[in-house]
Design a protein around this ligand. Sequence first.
Ligand code: NAD
Ligand code: MG
Length: 353
Amino acid sequence: MKRVALLGATGSIGRQAIEIIEAHPGLELCAAASGSTPLDGIDAPLTQVGGDLTELLDRAEPDVVLNAVVGFAGIHATLWALERGVDLALANKESLVAGGELALAAMRRGGGRMLPVDSEHSALFQCLESRSPEQVHSLVLTGSGGPFRGRTRDELAGVTVDAALAHPTWSMGPKITVDSSTLANKGLELIEAHFLFDVPYERIEVVLQPTSIVHSLVRFRDGAALAHLGYPDMRAPISYALTYPERAATPLAPLDLASLTLEFRAPDLETFPMLALARDAGERGGTYPCAYNAANEVAVAAFLAGRLPFLGIADVVADALARTDGAPARDLDDLVEADRTARALAGERLVVA
Ligand code: NAD
Ligand code: MG
């Protein structure tokens, strides 16, 4: 029996995870937590709404932590699991983006593993099969391009929150859905892939695949490219991360190939600056990725609250990054401080805007 602690249990990933856990006789929910929403109908021996997630984890003694919290708030749980060598099923990409170096150091000390839940990274993980980075030519992250793919900057000026929340292929929580519409999600995923797979940024490419059937690809040095295909349904990568190295049965339908179209195209980096900003922040390293994430969280919250226009999101993030020193974080305190500073910088710009 594998004991799963589920953090972010009331969210989009959390609810799908409960479905997977309930259907699998080898998985048991030992703890469930949310940020502020009540855990109605969630049956777990230990539950917690708000507060310190690491206290809950100390009591729960899980075999695997499924971190499905949204945002930097997930950092403590990510480091808790990695430091102790407890398997980390990671949906909370923001913690790895912001704290990549600290997370990898904690994982080396703890001796455990990170099992990606993000669909693209689950796909890459499965195609890579633990091969060494030298055998890899490049990683190709795919993305749908979001609801505004093909639009010009002028056409994006007045887009509404509802339009940004209408994702063409995936049904997800509001923050990641807005991130998908700005391509910040692909930017976060670029940095996430760098830390997960130890591949330099110049060898990670982003390509759009509008129907979200190809979840990502690995090009190997011998010329072979391996892709992972499936319908866009997070239950597949959640199940894979929770049951790895098994492949448990899920209710997903087999792919009907003859009914599919698989087109690929390059992302429009000028219209969607969040992707290039992420690449730049990743390449600079230090706490630039942390600042990118923090400023984006502030800007997205303001956009969702109707206090910032869509195009203002990238402006706020670019401005915060330009005013950040990016000094590397020696420890979690430094990282929390870098996050706080970038949030303050982004907040100043919001007041002006
Ligand atoms: P969501 O908004 O639907 O749910 C977020 C969950 O986190 C809720 O249960 C909320 O109560 C909890 N939470 C928020 N702040 C918290 C805190 N401080 N402490 C404890 N819990 C807190 O979000 P989601 O779409 O499920 O996404 C969760 C994470 O998974 C994000 O990092 C997202 O990028 C990632 N992810 C989601 C999807 C998807 O399909 N939804 C796909 C890939 C990756
Ligand atoms: Mg993804």
